[in-house]
Design a protein around this ligand. Structure first.
Ligand code: SF4
Length: 441
């Protein structure tokens, strides 16, 4: 039987910060709920007078409309007291489903549905509020179980060539989670590098064992915490002399992750081929890591070169690192991306580019605020902006026309290492100059 498994470590209680209702992305509302707004008397709210409540821009998914904006990026229905007008007037069930279920997030595994939380939410970032287990009924009401029957025999793709049993995948994810434990060693880049070596070691083990291993030995090796027999050493994670010097696949994948930040506010959720072509110069500018664009995430013009030239301390504030570690532990436990929406190798690589996007946005903010260290506040800001972007806009791999070349790069651990170095703040030690040879007669 399929179960709904709630993240035992996640907390959430709404702090009415209104951040989820004040985002540059459109809020989708189901067509029947949109129609109900037309029949309600909102005369007590002068800010709604004469306004169109919703629109249907080209590319809006079938059966949905997009709610209008009020001041700036605020939802039209966000009242001055920080509460939702639809909720106050018509009850919670009249709100869009996306609003109802936020910040809960579900990953559909073959055998169960795992529910955790969106780290764009400031209360989630602070780990404030009630455990999810204390909100089980509320969660069940907004996140129904998948109708797919539980399948305990489905294989989990490690990469295009290697599949894991669910028991093997469980052991691998436990090992990956441990890599991101607070007590483990290394900064965030070293943790990812360690995780990549575990993936490569697992792949080599499976390839070498062929059909001879029933999985028990691999599971034991992963759970032991010891190095796998052919696990590579942790590679260097030093940043490039300049990010623009990184190999093009890493830069293209970064650009693809943050591409929607360069799109104008009226760009539809699903871009036509023509629209993509017109936006291609912005994608290439982001991939070359130069030029400027109007950033929707930051609400200002962004000069990419200036952001990257603004020097920051190579160490992220420990509290910022702790937040990032908790974020990635959560995603790995939940299998959000890894092994569900894509292979484990691709999912981990996409997580690296999510990190690149968070660091880039945090650096942009640091430049604006003349800060020289990525402190907790900046990491929270980057995480908030990027999580909302990723939750509201299609990711690269969701696009049905995603080019095969990029997809192949996502599967490659070698490219993943280059991606990891792209925004790394770690600096290679300066080469030791050889002492001048003593003059001899
Ligand atoms: S509909 Fe209500 S809950 Fe949803 S974004 Fe607008 S104000 Fe927020």
């Amino acid at each position: 039987m399929r179960l709904r498994v709630l993240d035992a470590n996640a907390h959430f209680s709404c702090g009415s910060c209104t951040k989820c209702c004040d985002q540059p992305w459109g809020t989708l509302i189901e067509s029947d709920k949109a129609a109900a707004l037309e029949h309600h008397n909102f005369s007590a709210y002068p800010q709604l007078a004469g306004r169109k409540y919703y629109t249907r821009p080209h590319g809006t998914p079938e059966g949905y409309f997009v709610l209008a904006k009020g001041d700036g990026t605020r939802c039209l229905f966000l009242d001055r007291d920080g509460l939702c007008i639809i909720h106050k007037e018509m009850g919670p069930e009249a709100k869009p489903h996306g609003c109802l279920k936020f910040p809960f997030l579900v990953a559909r595994l073959p055998q169960d549905d795992r529910v955790s939380v969106d780290f764009g939410c400031p209360a989630v970032q602070s780990d404030d509020g009630k455990l999810l287990a204390e909100q089980a009924d509320d969660i069940a009401a907004v996140i129904p179980l998948s109708r797919r029957p539980a399948d305990t025999t489905a294989l989990v793709p490690l990469d295009p060539e290697v599949q894991l049993t669910q028991a093997e995948a469980d052991a691998l994810f436990e090992r990956l989670e441990a890599t991101f434990a607070d007590a483990a060693e290394g900064d965030i880049w070293e943790r990812f590098a360690d995780a990549l070596t575990v993936l490569v070691g697992t792949r080599r083990y499976k390839k070498a064992a062929g059909d001879e291993d029933n999985g028990d030995a691999l599971i034991h090796a992963l759970r032991s915490g010891a190095r796998l027999p052919d696990q590579p050493q942790r590679p260097d994670t030093y940043g490039f002399a300049h990010p623009a010097a990184a190999p093009s696949p890493a830069r293209m994948l970064f650009a693809a992750t943050l591409f929607r930040d360069t799109c104008p506010a009226d760009a539809p959720i699903q871009l036509s081929l023509w629209k993509r072509l017109t936006l291609m110069p912005k994608l290439m500018s982001l991939a070359r890591l130069n030029g400027a664009y109007a950033s929707r995430l930051l609400g200002c013009n962004l000069n990419i070169g200036q952001v990257l030239q603004h020097e920051v301390d190579p160490q992220i504030d420990p509290a910022g690192t702790a937040l990032l570690l908790r974020y990635y532990r959560t995603r790995l436990w939940q299998r959000y991306l890894c092994g569900t929406r894509m292979s484990i190798a691709s999912g981990l690589h996409q997580h690296i580019h999510d990190l690149n996007a968070i660091i880039f946005v945090a650096r942009a903010r640091a430049q604006q605020e003349h800060k020289e260290r990525l402190d907790l506040e900046l990491i929270r800001y980057g995480l908030n902006r990027v999580e909302f972007l990723l939750a509201n806009q299609p990711r690269l791999f969701d696009e049905d026309r995603m080019i095969a070349w990029l997809k192949a790069q996502m599967e490659s651990p070698a490219v993943a290492i280059q991606s990891l170095r792209l925004m790394s703040l770690r600096q290679a030690p300066a080469p030791v100059e050889a002492a001048p040879a003593e003059a001899t007669c």
